[in-house]
Design a binder for this molecule. Structure first.
Ligand SMILES: [Zn+2]
Length: 309
C-alpha cells in the first residue's frame, strides 16, 4: 500500500528538476514575441504560468513586458529570449503590480525595471502578501522567489527604443495603476490586464467598473492592429473589447440590481451566469471574488441613496 501511495505521489507531484515552464516565444509581429500562458487559475500543474508576457527586439536591445509569476519563470524567460535573439535585454516594463506579472523580476536585476509610480507603491504595500499566496497556490515553482520593486518610474508619453515608438498610457481600471503599451511601429497594443480575453477578469484592486470601461474606450480608440491581452489569446479584431464591455456591463448590472433588491452576498455569488459567457474561463470563480471585492460598494451606494431621500 505504501509503495502505491509513493508512486502516486511521484506521478502527481513533479520533481523539482521537472518544474520547467517550457516557454516557447511565438512571433506575432515584426520584432515582437509573445509567451502565452494558460487561461486557467494558478495551480501546481501550471506553476502560475497563467499570464502573457512579451518582448520586442529593437535595434538597441530587447524590451521585455512583464516578468511572470516566479523567479523560475523570469529565468526561463531570459533563456527563451537568449535563444531567440543575440540582442541583450535593455529594459523590463511592468504593466501592473499583480504577482503573475512581476514576480519574475529577480531575473532582470541587470536592467532597469520600469513601472508607473503607483505600481511601485502598490507592489511595496502588497507584494509580500501576494507572493505568499502564490507560494501556497503553486508550491515549489516559487522557490527562491522574492519581491523586487521597480527602479525606474515611467511617465505616460512616448518611449523610443531602438527604432520602436512605444506610447505609454497610464490608466487605472484594473488596479488603480495600469500601464498599457502601444507600439506605434508595429501596431501591437499590450493592454496588460485591462483586457482579459476568454478568461474572466479579476477585480481585487479595481477602483470601479465604470473606470475600467472608460479605459477600454481609450485603448480601443488607438490605431492598433493587434491587441495582446494580459490573459488569453491575442486578437486582431474588436472581439476582446466587445467581450470585456459585455462582461463588465453584466457584472455591474448584476450588482446594481442586487443592491437595489437588498440581496446579500451569498445570493449574489449564486446568480446564473449568462450562456453567452460559457466560452470564458473561470466565470463562477471570479464572480465569487468580484462580488466579495466590489459588492459592498454597491450596497453602500444604495444606502446613501436611501439616506438622501
Ligand atoms: Zn492583474
Amino acid at each position: 500500500m505504501r509503495w502505491i501511495l509513493l508512486l502516486l505521489l511521484c506521478l502527481g507531484l513533479p520533481a523539482r528538476a521537472d518544474l520547467d515552464y517550457q516557454l516557447t516565444p511565438r512571433q506575432i509581429a515584426e520584432d515582437t514575441w509573445l509567451l502565452e500562458g494558460s487561461t486557467d487559475n494558478f495551480a501546481r500543474g501550471n506553476g502560475g504560468n497563467i499570464v502573457n508576457s512579451a518582448f520586442i527586439v529593437t535595434d538597441s536591445g530587447v524590451v521585455v513586458i512583464d516578468s511572470g509569476p516566479s523567479k523560475r519563470y523570469g529565468e526561463a524567460l531570459r533563456q527563451a529570449i537568449a535563444a531567440t535573439t543575440g540582442q541583450p535585454v535593455v529594459e523590463l516594463l511592468l504593466t501592473h503590480h499583480h504577482p503573475d506579472h512581476v514576480l519574475g523580476n529577480q531575473a532582470f536585476g541587470d536592467v532597469p525595471i520600469g513601472a508607473l509610480a503607483a505600481t511601485g507603491e502598490l507592489l511595496r504595500e502588497q507584494g509580500e502578501a501576494m507572493a505568499e499566496n502564490l507560494y501556497r497556490l503553486v508550491g515549489d515553482w516559487m522557490r527562491g522567489t522574492e519581491v523586487v520593486l521597480p527602479n525606474r518610474v515611467l511617465e505616460p508619453g512616448m518611449l523610443e527604443v531602438g527604432g520602436h515608438r512605444l506610447r505609454l498610457l497610464g490608466l487605472s481600471g484594473h488596479t488603480g495603476a495600469d500601464l498599457a503599451i502601444f507600439d506605434e511601429t508595429t501596431g501591437v497594443l499590450f493592454a496588460g490586464d485591462l483586457v482579459f480575453h476568454d478568461r474572466a477578469l479579476t477585480t481585487p484592486n479595481s477602483p470601479g467598473l465604470e473606470v475600467w470601461l472608460k479605459d477600454l474606450d481609450t485603448l480601443q480608440a488607438l490605431p492598433w492592429k493587434q491587441v495582446v491581452p494580459g490573459h488569453g489569446p491575442v486578437a486582431s479584431d474588436d472581439r476582446p473589447f466587445a467581450q470585456m464591455r459585455d462582461y463588465l456591463g453584466w457584472l455591474d448590472g448584476l450588482m446594481r440590481d442586487g443592491a437595489a433588491r437588498g440581496d446579500d452576498m451569498a445570493e449574489m455569488i449564486r446568480r446564473p451566469i449568462p450562456e453567452r459567457f460559457a466560452g470564458i474561463s473561470l466565470t463562477r470563480y471570479e464572480l465569487i471574488r468580484s462580488v466579495s471585492h466590489l459588492y459592498p460598494r454597491y450596497e453602500r451606494k444604495q444606502m446613501t441613496r436611501i439616506d438622501q431621500r
